[in-house]
Design a protein around this ligand. Structure first.
Ligand code: PLP
Length: 361
């Protein structure tokens, strides 16, 4: 059996211990005589899985009791519409910080339902920094304020949250959920697709403050109304059963193997520093992001030559470092090093980069 180091932005690596446990439980989940993929979502045994996934998420993320946890489908992309449909109902206005493609998509979708206002953008520098925010420019009576906390494509992250006062802060945390602790109480809604740090694609997690549920626009489809899913414990329809089960295993791994999110953060900081330190010292490769806004999860880098970039990506893949090509909109390289990327994966990548630099100097 061969396992590669997969630097994909998502879907991405899962912890090997989780995959092994899933394999062990594949044919007969805990004496039920069936795989989790085959069982009714209404069965007692599956109820145990979804309840355990929720309680582990609450424990690991320290989610306050006045927040609901929803296991939905449709990806983070569905939240770009679901958030305005449920929240943009009082002043019909919302504020956006444009830090990349995903933030732009959230903005464009909201603009279909109300007044979407851009308070700041880093488009002028191909989104390689997080713009300074001036609270006096925020819309005082906005129904929400949206940010993308970690920008997967450009490799930036917010290190300071905007001061939005009573306006609910909504964040897309698809590419940083579970990578470090987050103070959930500072947010109205947090949402994330699972396929980076939580499990396989197909599951979208929404964490929503209770008072934000129940105000949806009349036009909101039943499936897009948070109330529907709150009322039915994420079981209004068939949930993404297997992805929720895998998420439960990943959460168990974070809690019991990695030691929780404080430890996960230390591990991720150490791991990212190995690559950033090398990029800062290399004469061939350099990171593209302003140092203070660097992501722990997604690290874009370039050489000065397109040919050299292409050669590097090709040779890296031949050496089992796969998916290092940058996003099609920016080019260059990007190493996504989510929770499940082991320290040795980054150490070996850097050793390979050093060798490549020597050979191609
Ligand atoms: C920050 C961010 N938001 C949203 C998305 C879109 O997620 P989905 O494919 O789950 O709709 C992605 C996907 O990579 C992402 O990185």
């Amino acid at each position: 059996m061969k396992r590669v180091y997969n630097f994909s932005a998502g879907p991405s690596m899962l912890p090997e211990a989780v995959l092994r446990r899933a394999a062990d439980e594949m044919l007969d989940y805990q004496g039920s005589g069936q795989s989790v993929m085959e069982m009714s979502h209404r069965s007692k045994v599956y109820e145990g899985i979804i309840n355990s996934a929720e309680s582990l998420l609450r424990e690991v993320m320290n989610i306050p009791d006045n927040y609901k946890v929803l296991f939905l489908q449709g990806g983070a992309s569905s939240q770009f519409a679901m958030v305005p449909m449920n929240l943009m109902t009082k002043s019909n206005k919302a504020d956006f910080v444009i830090t990349g493609q995903w933030a732009t998509k959230a903005y464009k979708e909201a603009a279909r339902y109300g007044t979407a206002n851009i308070v700041a953008s880093s488009k002028d520098q191909t989104f390689n920094y997080i713009p300074e925010l001036d609270p006096s420019t925020f819309t005082k009576d906005a129904d929400y304020f949206h940010i993308c906390l970690n920008n997967t494509i450009y490799g930036t992250k917010f290190t300071q949250l905007p001061e939005t006062g009573d306006v609910p802060l909504v964040a897309d945390i698809s590419s940083c959920i579970l990578s470090e602790p987050i103070d959930v109480s500072k947010f109205g809604i947090l949402y994330a697709g699972a396929q980076k740090n939580m499990g396989p694609a197909g599951l979208t997690v929404v964490i929503i403050r209770e008072d934000l549920v129940g105000n949806a626009m009349d036009i909101t489809p039943t499936m897009f109304n948070y109330q529907t899913h709150v009322d039915n414990g994420s079981m209004f329809n068939t949930p993404p059963c297997y992805s929720i089960y895998m998420c439960m295993l990943v959460l168990d791994w974070i809690k019991n193997t990695m030691g929780g999110l404080d430890e996960m953060k230390k591990y991720n900081e150490k791991k990212a520093a190995i690559l950033y330190d090398y990029l800062d010292s290399s004469k061939m490769f350099r990171g593209t992001v302003v140092a203070k806004d660097r992501s722990l999860m997604n690290i874009p880098f370039v050489t000065d030559s397109e040919d050299l970039n292409a050669k590097f990506v090709k040779e890296a893949a031949a050496n089992d470092f796969v998916n290092l090509k940058g996003h099609r909109s920016v080019g260059g390289m990007r190493a996504s090093i989510y929770n499940a990327m082991p320290m040795e994966g980054v150490e070996k990548l850097v050793a390979f980069m050093k060798k490549f630099e020597e050979e191609n100097a």
